[in-house]
Unconditional design. Structure first.
Length: 275
């Protein structure tokens, strides 16, 4: 995040926003800047990719499903916009720790002990590490002591749209993002790679709520896509994973998506039309 902060300081904040006597490295200024940047960035990613997905990928026929709520799209957006600023508070604290040099993020490829191969391997390990972390956090949020208070609001959307992707209770949203933030404090990671992965995970979160169930046949039971996550919203106790089905299979919570078996939401709508 220090790359984004440095760019914002250089091109906008130092020349046009902050007083000349307020140093760029002053902690209070960094916290304030990070809070604004994090919120604007999250808002831009959510609205931009959510809108593109909603208009160009999401099947609008799903809005006729009996479990699609009245004014659902507006309610999803409003809920997300109310939650994002609160989710950003602990997120900014972790970004601040990164900026102050407490993480293992590095600037140059030469700083990686394995060069470009190390960067590629770190991308894979990031995906597998965060997938594991999110699986167990997500599953814990379904425990009766936590579900009603924190995770149930996200399950209001039985037939989700891309705008449901960030419509979480703030505690739920932050807890499920925690593995992304923990990783660079435990393992070396290139700064630009981290930014790219951060954008990717937000786009992926939108994609698994987009109602597009197409996955290459060979990967249907490997990749945790929209079909898997749709069944999670419909049946609750299955498919907690984020990218892969590995931990659901290990944890006994894997369910073959109903959409792959002719029993999904589209099939239900088709049967309604035939009647």
């Amino acid at each position: 995040m220090d790359l984004v902060l440095d760019a914002a300081d250089r091109h906008l904040l130092t020349p046009y926003v902050y007083p000349a006597g307020w140093p760029e490295g002053e902690p209070c200024r960094q916290l304030l800047s990070l809070f604004v940047i994090t919120n604007l960035g999250a808002l831009a990613l959510y609205l931009l990719f959510g809108t593109l997905s909603y208009y160009f990928i999401f099947d609008h026929r799903l809005k006729t499903h009996p479990q699609f709520l009245e004014n659902q799209v507006r309610r999803e957006i409003v809920y997300a916009l109310r939650s994002l600023p609160w989710i950003s508070v602990p997120t900014v604290a972790l970004f601040f720790a990164e900026v102050r040099g407490y993480s293992k993020l590095y600037d140059n490829i030469e700083d990686s002990p394995y060069g470009w191969s190390g960067v590629f391997l770190s991308m894979l390990s990031f995906l597998f590490f965060t997938d594991m972390g999110i699986y167990w956090i997500h599953r814990a949020l379904h425990h009766k002591l936590l579900y009603k208070r924190f995770h149930k609001p996200h399950h209001l959307w039985k037939i989700a749209t891309p705008f449901a992707s960030h419509a979480f209770h703030p505690v739920d949203g932050f807890m499920q993002s925690l593995p992304y933030h923990i990783y660079p404090f435990l393992f070396p990671l290139h700064k630009v790679t981290y930014l790219g992965l951060y954008i990717f995970v937000n786009v992926w979160t939108i994609s698994i709520h987009d109602g597009d169930y197409r996955v290459p046949r060979l990967l249907r039971h490997v990749i945790n896509g929209s079909a898997h996550h749709t069944d999670h919203h419909l049946y609750f106790d299955y498919n907690y994973g984020q990218y892969f089905t590995l931990w659901d299979k290990i944890g006994g919570s894997y369910k073959s998506p109903s959409a792959f078996e002719g029993k999904g939401p589209h099939d239900y709508l088709r049967k309604l039309r035939e009647k």
